[in-house]
Design a protein around this ligand. Structure first.
Ligand SMILES: *Cc1c(COP(=O)(O)O)cnc(C)c1O
Length: 411
């Protein structure tokens, strides 16, 4: 099928919830993808922080092919080896004791919310069920995770949302303290906010949450669906703060591109869920966990968190250089290969110009360019991306000088 035929078919039959770029992707390798017309793109969005190993990583491909030829699905009424082995690795690297496998980020957070409520009610009474969540957070699109998400634009039209979520200001400890009551069971927070434009938590905020949990017996849930598994230059973003959560949620990069999510907890907390308390038909299915096992093993063996830290440092320096030349860049935030560039204009048009020049990234919160490339990239890919960004800034600056209303920098 041609590109326009695919797009026409999509427009006719798929619910129109996504704003898609007008291209059809057909293959990928490493940090590159190709569209149906053969055009090559440097992929610095990586399926929204999913393809940390790049596209078609040989270990993930081999694991999938091998597992698909043996056994794809069984249900959780039986044991399978990939699920048990992936659980062993995840508990070892996170320092938590037990894991539950789901199929997406939202589902991982749903499970974490259920676990936190059950634990709090079991230990402190039926009225202890509230979860403090923060502004500008993103936790998913199911009803409970929407309620937890601190961006009202996602709530519109879907009320009533499930109760029990109390909002406080991100990076404002006093606001969280003020939200704590006898009913508070847990605090759910992203150590690095992703969807709302890459905002890392401050050291004081995280230390304060840690203190609060000790004082009040409140559980700390870290949503590391985007920031986890090496993205910020450490295996988990919480390592930057020296604070371990009671419950941790993962998804995105976990399956090397295959849908999978997980929540982990320390032993005492995990025990709150007993037989029949939670479940999933597909969760931890042998195909997804075989992919996860290959992906996490490759991540560790290829030392990709360390690489993300090193290459991220270089990327940051190059971007600081750009910021000195283009005042439209207001701020560069993030760590490792989780980077946000805040502009002083709407960045949709900028992203489209980059795409036309062969660089994929996205625009979040209206004015923030989000760069979450595969962790396998090196200086050469960074240079290439920076060169494209520079060209687009240059064109925008020129068109502004000529007084044009359309150009690289106009939304
Ligand atoms: C992407 C994301 C989610 C939701 O994951 P889905 O797989 O889209 O359900 C939740 N939390 C964070 C921090 C995310 O980045």
């Amino acid at each position: 099928m041609t590109t326009s035929e695919v797009i026409a078919l999509e427009k006719e039959h798929i619910m129109q919830t996504y704003g898609r770029a007008p291209m059809v992707l057909v293959k990928g390798h490493g940090a590159y993808v190709w569209d149906a017309d053969g055009k090559e793109y440097l992929d610095f969005l990586a399926g929204i922080a999913v393809n940390s190993l790049g596209h078609t990583h040989p270990r993930v491909v081999a694991a999938l092919q091998e597992q698909a030829a043996k056994l794809i699905h069984t249900s959780n009424l039986y044991y399978t080896e990939p699920q048990a082995r992936l659980a062993e690795i995840l508990t070892r690297i996170s320092g938590l004791d037990r894991v539950f496998f789901a199929n997406s980020g939202a589902e991982a957070n749903e499970g974490a919310i259920k676990l936190a409520r059950k634990y709090a009610k079991t230990h402190f009474g039926a009225e202890r069920y509230e979860i403090i969540v923060t502004t500008h957070s993103f936790h998913g699109r199911t009803l409970a995770t929407l309620a937890a998400t601190g961006q009202t634009k996602y709530h519109k039209g879907f009320e009533p949302l499930p109760p029990g979520f109390i909002r406080a200001e991100y990076n404002d400890l006093e606001s969280v303290r003020a939200a704590v009551t006898e009913r508070t069971g847990a605090i759910l927070v992203e150590p690095f906010q992703g969807e709302s434009g890459i905002h890392p938590a401050s050291r004081e905020f995280m230390a304060g949450l840690d203190e609060l949990r000790r004082e009040k017996g409140i559980l700390l849930i870290f949503d590391e669906i985007q920031s986890g598994l090496g993205r910020t230059g450490k295996l988990f973003a919480f390592e930057h703060y020296g604070i371990k959560p009671d419950i941790l949620t993962l998804a995105k990069a976990l399956g090397g591109g295959v849908p999978i999510g997980a929540f982990l907890a320390r032993q005492e907390v995990a025990e709150a869920l007993g037989p029949g308390d939670h479940g999933s038909t597909f969760g931890g299915n042998p195909l997804a966990t075989a992919a996860g096992l290959a992906a996490v093993s490759a991540l560790l063996e290829e030392k990709l968190p360390e690489r993300a830290a090193r290459v991220g440092e270089y990327f940051f320096q190059r971007l600081q250089g750009l910021a000195r030349r283009y005042p439209a860049i207001k701020e560069i935030r993030g760590k490792g290969l989780m980077i946000g560039i805040e502009l002083d204009f709407e960045c949709k048009g900028f992203v489209e110009s980059c795409r036309q020049k062969g660089l994929l990234l996205n625009c979040t919160e209206g004015k923030v360019l989000r760069l979450v490339p595969p962790l396998i990239i090196g200086e050469a890919e960074v240079d290439k991306a920076v060169a494209i960004l520079e060209t687009v800034f240059q064109e925008g600056a020129e068109s502004q000088m000529e007084g044009k209303t359309s150009g690289g920098c106009q939304g």
